[in-house]
Design a protein around this ligand. Structure first.
Ligand SMILES: NC(=O)c1ccc[n+]([C@@H]2O[C@H](COP(=O)([O-])OP(=O)(O)OC[C@H]3O[C@@H](n4cnc5c(N)ncnc54)[C@H](O)[C@@H]3O)[C@@H](O)[C@H]2O)c1
Length: 325
């Protein structure tokens, strides 16, 4: 393919997998991230993969810098993932708004200025609130009553995207994942299941901090959806839910124990349910993009644990998300 894609927040979990997806098919990701540590990309792609990626250190709260970086690489499309997750927005709502809301406007402005025709950006299932949970799958048109600042900011971004379509004819797709899991998922409200997989590889006890069901989406599938929606689709400001496997967190614990029998009984869970309806209706994106992969939960957990084992054997398993022992 040999196309350039501008990927904001690509030093994060989903971004690392987007980079892997693009590199493996011969495209060039330009990583635009305020952070400086490429460890997630290295863990996902290996050291040799890093050489195929261009890194630009930059902050989406700086509109001019974002514009300059997009103009310099003239990408085919922008995949916008940079953002602060629920706990960080809760800690500092003003910073959360600057990064998640203002930063998103800067990314859209940068696309317009550089003539980029398409943006695929990370919204979130957090735009829905628990009031939407009546046991049925929530469609895109479910009512938006978020119960976190983060969810409100994502809701604002969906409105921003709609206005850029109405006023400037800039096409976008917003994707709403819920609980993404896999290598690189080491922060945020729903990162516990992935950290539990890491703890299990190390033979350590770990408590996942929530209970109940949620919608688990394997990160390679999440990345594939972002790339497919950046590549093409109908013009407009589209929005899609991402649905993977909706199961109780206890089922994830059992799958981890099946892969790592030595930790049986030491991976636990407890705490409140995630305040987002656990079952998303993913039929709209499946219809629009019928070739998107769906990795079954057990296979995703197995692949994650296998990669953590490799990294552990190489002495490179990052432990920062594990409690200090
Ligand atoms: N992981 C999930 O389960 C999930 C679910 C729904 C939505 N999302 C959204 O998907 C996106 C990616 O999620 P993730 O799990 O990869 O997140 P992550 O926290 O792992 O990565 C976010 C990245 O954004 C970067 N960033 C933060 N502020 C920035 C700024 N001002 N300028 C440039 N870069 C900045 C960080 O350095 C980090 O590398 C986020 O917008 C998140 O809200 C994630």
């Amino acid at each position: 393919m040999n196309d350039t894609y501008f990927v904001t927040g690509a030093l994060g979990c989903i971004g690392a997998w987007v980079c892997k997806h693009l590199v493996e098919r011969g495209d060039r990701p330009v990583v635009f991230d305020v952070g400086g540590d490429p460890r997630r990309i290295r863990d996902v792609l290996g050291t040799e993969g890093l050489a195929k990626i261009q890194f630009v250190t930059g902050d989406i709260t700086d509109g001019d810098a974002t514009k300059r970086a997009v103009a310099a690489c003239k990408p085919r499309a922008i995949i916008h993932l940079a953002g602060l997750q629920v706990p960080f927005c809760r800690q500092d709502p003003a910073l959360g708004a600057r990064v998640n809301v203002l930063g998103t406007i800067h990314v859209f402005e940068a696309a317009l200025a550089a003539g980029v025709a398409r943006i695929c950006y990370a919204s979130s299932a957090a735009v829905f609130g628990p009031s939407e949970d009546d046991g049925t799958a929530v469609p895109e048109s479910g009512s938006l009553l978020p119960v976190t600042h983060y969810g409100v900011y994502k809701q604002a971004n969906e409105g921003t995207a709609r206005i850029y379509w109405l006023e400037k004819k800039l096409s976008s797709v917003g994707l709403r994942p819920l609980t993404v899991y896999g290598v690189g998922r080491d922060q945020g409200l729903t990162s516990g299941p992935t950290t539990a997989m890491k703890a299990a590889v190390l033979g350590l006890p770990f408590q996942i901090g929530f209970s109940g069901p949620t919608d688990f989406h394997y990160v390679a599938d999440t990345a594939a959806a972002f790339v497919a929606c950046a590549d093409g689709g109908p013009a407009g400001a589209l929005l899609y839910n991402l649905h993977g496997d909706t199961v109780d967190v206890g089922e994830v614990v059992r799958a981890i124990e099946a892969e790592c029998p030595a930790v049986k009984g030491r991976i636990t869970f407890g705490g409140p349910r995630i305040p987002i309806p656990p079952l998303l209706d993913g039929s709209a994106i499946a219809q629009a993009y019928p070739s998107l992969p769906h990795t079954p939960l057990v296979a995703g957990i197995r692949a994650t644990i296998a990669r953590f084992r490799e990294l552990h054997t190489q002495g490179r398993l990052d432990r920062r998300d594990l409690p200090a022992s």
